[in-house]
Structure formats: C-alpha cells, structure tokens
Design a protein around this ligand. Structure first.
Ligand SMILES: [Zn+2]
Length: 426
C-alpha cells in the first residue's frame, strides 16, 4: 500500500486559514480525496513509473570484433515500491563503440524485464558501452572487443553467418552458397532465389589454397542461410523482406565484412575485396567491376576517361595506377588475363573485352564494400561458371589453387606487394 505520511492529518488544520494557506489547504484536500479511497481499497495495484533500472546480466563480457556477446543483456525496471513495471518502453543507445542491438526499442515483459542481444563493434580495444533507460533512469553496460584470431571460425546467431579472419590484405565474401532453411524464417516472396551452387565450399578452398601457397589466409565471410531465406547481396528490404531473424543475419554479414575491412586497413593500409558467386549462363567467368555490358562495349580510349573510373569498383586502385583504366580491367595484367592464363575463359579480358549477352556487373556488396565511393579497399564480383569449375571437389580444388596463383600475381603487379612475404601485422 502506498503510504500517505507526507500529508498532515486534516484535523490539525486551522478552521480559519489565512489567505496564503488557503490554496495549500485546497490542494491537500484534493489530494486526500484522490488518495484516501484508493487506500481504503487496499492501495494502487498497478505499478507506477520506473524508479529503478537494474542490470541483471550481460555486463563485463568480451567477444571478438563484430561478434554477439555470449550472455544476453537483461535489465529489470521497477517502481518506487519495488514492483516490476511491465510494458515500459526501454530506450537502447550505443554510447561508445560501433556495436548494435537488433530491432526497435523494446518494452518490458510482465516481469518488468527486457532481454537484448548485443553485438560488439568493429574496433578491438574500444570500450563498448550500451545505455538502457526507462522513464529517465538509465544503466550502462560495458563490454570488451577482442582482436579476431586468423583461422578461427566465429559464428553469429544460430550460426547463420560465419567469419574466419585472416591476415592477408584480401577479404572474400560468399553470400549465395548457403543451404540452411530454418522453419522460423519464411521463404522470401520476391527477388532471385537460386543458390550459387558450392560457392560455400569454394570459399573455404580459396582461403585454404592461399594459406597453402603464401602462408597466410584471406578474411572469409559466409552466409549459411539459403538464398530463399536471405539474400545478403541485396539491400536490407529486398534481402530479408521484413523477417527479423533474416535481418539480423544480414547485419551480421555486413558488420563482419566491415570488421575484416578495418583489419586489412589497420594491418596493411590497403587491400582487395572479392564477392564470390556462381552463374549458369555460359562457360566464362564474369568479372564485375560495376561496369555494365554497354560500358564494356566502349573503346579503350573511351574507357580511359574519368566516367568509367569513377563508376567502377576499382576506382582508387585505378587512380593510383600507372596503367590506363582499360588496361587495368582488360589488359595483359588484368584479372581477366590472369584467369585466362590459368585456363579459365573470362570477361572482360583481352580476348573477350565485353560480354556477348546478359552480364552480372556487380551487386550490392561490390557497391557497398568496394571503392567506388572511395577508400583503400577496391574489389570485384567474381561469377564462376559451373562446369569444370564448381561442379565437383576436384575441379573446385584446382580452381582454388589457380586462384591463389592469380592473387599472388595480381598483388605483386598492382599493389607491389608480395603476399608470401608480408611484414608481420602490427
Ligand atoms: Zn550470386
């Protein structure tokens, strides 16, 4: 029962109040009228406004950069009489670090509690702070971000997304090779649904083959959800189509890609990015630099102009390169040539300067994580055909080893870097 002690007994009030006292008496009478009946009925049963926000769990944890803190953050909101306050809006704010909490600001359950998954930010060493407040009362949760260890597999919520860090200046993402179709994520209703066959296995092999060849691994980010559940190479709306679990996996995928990018910049200053895909259109590789089929139909002279450079995912590499842009994308030292020399026909390349039909020029990931908007990490979308490349483990292994040789050469020529002899990370 709510105590009424702050109010003096009415019988002590003088029957002839002065002019100054009259408003006070009136207020007291009104308050007493409002409160006394409630008291007679046993006191207010509904909790009132929040007086305490108590942190029950989730403080003081550590997790790898971009990872989900293992313990759920739980806070309880209580009123002045120590009763839980249900259905109370709790404001969630990241106060320090670039961590994130999925979903909108939550409301407390009937026990006055909210439970929140909390993802660490991308920068190891930055103290992570999350502030939760209800009715003007707040509590701060602290967390620590650990440096990713090369070769260790980290997974996010329900292992839909996997990050295997590396130490090379190379980041590989594989958004379409997943096979998981959990029952609580419905099928997407629109967009492309076809899985890129075996690109998950191929991504592992690309990383292992590079380690075998140069003694260090690229960063690898894989989506294990089937494309019918999430398309991580689309903007959030088309990718997840409103499903919160799928949205969460989408954020994890891109958050970890950003972790990898920051690691590469911190370790090497610059680097390269590949978004790995598979297509079923013909028997050539398609190298997507964000240049469309009609862009690529331009002459070398036209391609060497600023318009082509500035719309491509090789923008900053091209601006720093001594090669004309047309040479960078289809000259003797272009990626297309390097793959051709390994026996894989590729567009664009000197022999196949532009596509003869529909062409994948690069998607959301290449636009978002490449260097078209600037930055030190350029990249491309690699679309592998299936036959003799992805169709069986022997062919996948052969391509993975060829790709390691291609990357070694590419970095030597275009970045002046010997992948087999990189200085140790700072
Ligand atoms: Zn794809």
């Amino acid at each position: 029962m709510r105590p009424l002690t702050p109010f003096p007994p009415l019988q002590n009030v003088t029957p002839r109040p002065s002019a100054l006292q009259a408003p006070v008496l009136f207020t007291l009478l009104v308050l007493a009228t409002l409160l006394l009946p409630a008291c007679d009925e046993g006191g207010p049963t509904q909790p009132t406004s929040p007086a305490y926000v108590e942190l029950l769990s989730g403080d003081g944890q550590a997790v790898v950069a971009g990872g989900l803190f293992p313990e759920t953050v739980v806070v309880e909101v209580r009123d002045e009489a120590d009763r839980p306050v249900p259905d109370q809006l709790v404001m969630v704010r990241v106060d320090q670090g670039d961590g994130w909490v999925p979903g909108p600001n939550p409301r407390t359950d009937e026990d006055g509690r909210v439970r929140l998954p909390w993802y660490a930010g991308t920068e190891p060493g930055v103290d992570q702070r999350l502030r939760l407040s209800a009715g003007g009362i707040s509590v701060t949760v602290h967390g620590e971000v650990l440096t990713p260890v090369p070769g260790v597999s980290y997974t996010g919520h329900r292992a839909f997304v996997e990050y295997i860090p590396g130490s090379l200046p190379l980041v590989i993402t594989a958004p379409h090779g997943g096979t998981l179709r959990p029952g609580d994520i419905p099928e997407r209703e629109w967009g492309t649904m076809v899985r890129d066959y075996a690109t998950d296995d191929m991504a592992y092999r690309l990383a292992d083959a590079l380690e075998e060849r140069v003694g260090a691994r690229p960063h690898l980010i894989l989506l294990h959800l089937h494309r019918t559940r999430l398309d991580a190479n689309r903007d959030l709306e088309e990718a997840a189509q409103g499903n919160p679990l799928a949205e969460r996996a989408w954020h994890e995928f891109h958050h970890w890609t950003e972790v990898a990018m920051k690691r590469v910049k911190a370790d090497h200053g610059e680097g390269f990015y590949m978004d790995l895909h598979g297509h079923g259109k013909h028997d050539d590789f398609e190298l997507g630099y964000l240049l469309t089929r009609s862009d690529l139909e331009a002459t070398a002279e036209e391609l060497d102009q600023e318009w082509a450079v500035s719309k491509s995912s090789l923008r900053t590499l091209a601006e720093d390169s001594s090669l004309p842009f047309s040479q960078l994308i289809r000259g003797e030292e272009s990626l297309g040539t390097l793959y051709e020399e390994e026996g894989y026909t590729s567009v664009p390349s000197p022999v196949r300067p532009y596509p003869s039909g529909p062409f994948f020029s690069g998607g959301y990931n290449t636009r978002r994580h490449g260097c078209r908007e600037g930055g030190a990490i350029c990249g491309y979308q690699l679309e592998l055909n299936r036959e003799n490349v992805r169709d069986n483990p022997v062919n996948r292994q052969a391509f993975a080893e060829a790709h390691a040789r291609v990357m070694e050469r590419f970095f030597k020529v275009h970045y002046g870097v010997n992948l087999a002899n990189l200085p140790p990370a700072p």
